[in-house]
Design a protein around this ligand. Structure first.
Ligand code: ADP
Length: 337
């Protein structure tokens, strides 16, 4: 059932058309991730939902009520910011209870809600500390706790992990996933990191230049990208894109063909459809990435393999592709189904 709906929403900053007629329906309990390169409009879209940016055109509907021009405080949404935005002079407990105290909530209910959120987020031992006495990960959990106690209709996360180091980012990502599993709260999460998008989302919204390129489950985006942009944005290393002339049995309209690194394989000399020279071998332990420059055209591709390779840099290699996993794109870059 549609819970939060964006209907043809637009945003202009002067002459900049930052969000261009976006339509999106979010269901209750869904974890939605907005992802895209810097400047694609993901933060603007989140802030429009929060009420922190004006919506210039279109409608926003939450739980059956039109809230397009409603004040942020009336929207029943809670935002978790990248900068945490905690009050430095207040303890964890005071930070978490602030919104409820402002609302004039009864003290016993405040205590109960803060205790429950602190327990969920493993913050109980730190309730009397101030933010400066906490690690970055703990501060981020306080910021999330402050949102939880309000029991909002929707949680909005604005790049909440980007101030954490790589190890802590991975750990906090898992905690956010577990929290969502436990609370089942409708959440919208903005990130430029496709790994966060793929691991957290029920559905991912890929944005570019203020428009939605594709909406789908992580595996839908990985296995059936709608266009070249999504194909290359999702997946690490990127999907290889080669001229259609290397492939047989494909559509006459295909201009580029995409192949994920794991769908190429190195085969015996002369046995493969494509030949080239090895430029670089990245042994990552669990997998090896073999970078190859193709004969004649100079196009490049990456082969992912899970066995130890017996080849060396500068070797000539023959490469085959898995014909059931080709992604064909037309002259406009749209996928040919
Ligand atoms: P993202 O979060 O994807 O990096 P933003 O939503 O911040 O992108 O920005 C989308 C577009 O709107 C960009 O072109 C950006 O330069 C522009 N923009 C964002 N905020 C403002 C602002 N306050 N004034 C003018 N332009 C802005």
């Amino acid at each position: 059932m549609s819970y939060l709906e964006l209907k043809n929403v637009d945003k202009y900053y002067g002459d900049v058309h930052a969000i261009k007629g976006v339509n999106l329906t979010i269901n209750k309990g869904e974890f939605i991730v907005f992802v895209g390169p810097s400047g694609c409009g993901k933060s603007t879209l989140l802030r429009m939902i929060a009420g922190l940016e004006e919506i210039n055109d279109g409608d926003l509907v939450l739980d059956g009520n039109e809230i397009t021009h409603q004040a942020p405080s009336k929207r029943d949404l809670a935002m978790v910011f990248q900068s945490y935005a905690l009050y430095p002079h207040m303890t964890v407990e005071e930070n978490m209870s602030f919104a409820l105290r402002i609302k004039g909530e009864e003290q016993s209910i405040i205590d109960q809600k803060v205790a429950k959120a602190a327990d969920t987020l493993n913050l109980t031992p730190y309730l009397k500390r101030t933010p400066k006495e906490l690690s970055g990960g703990q501060r981020q959990r306080v910021a999330i706790g402050r949102a939880i106690v309000r029991s909002p209709k929707v949680f909005l996360f604005d790049e909440p992990l980007s101030n954490l180091d790589a190890a802590l980012r991975g750990q906090t990502r898992v905690e956010i996933a577990e929290l969502h599993r436990d609370l089942n709260a409708t959440s919208i999460y903005v990130t430029h990191d496709q790994v966060e998008a793929m691991t957290l989302a029920d559905r991912v919204v890929v944005l570019q230049g203020g428009v939605i390129e594709q909406v789908g489950t992580p595996m839908e985006l990985y296995e059936a990208p709608a266009n070249k942009f999504v194909a290359q944005f999702i997946g690490q290393p990127q999907m290889n894109l080669l001229s259609a002339s290397y492939f047989s049995g494909i559509s006459a309209d295909a201009v580029d063909v995409g192949v994920r690194p794991e769908h190429f394989s190195i085969v015996d000399a002369g046995q493969g459809a494509i030949s080239g020279q090895v430029e670089l071998i990245e042994a990552l332990g669990n997998e090896t990435l073999i970078h190859v420059c193709l004969e004649g055209s100079g196009e490049k591709l990456i082969v992912r393999q899970y066995e130890q390779p017996s080849i060396k840099v500068r070797d000539s290699v023959s490469i085959n592709y898995d014909a059931s996993h080709l992604h064909q794109f037309d002259a406009k870059g749209e996928a040919i189904r």
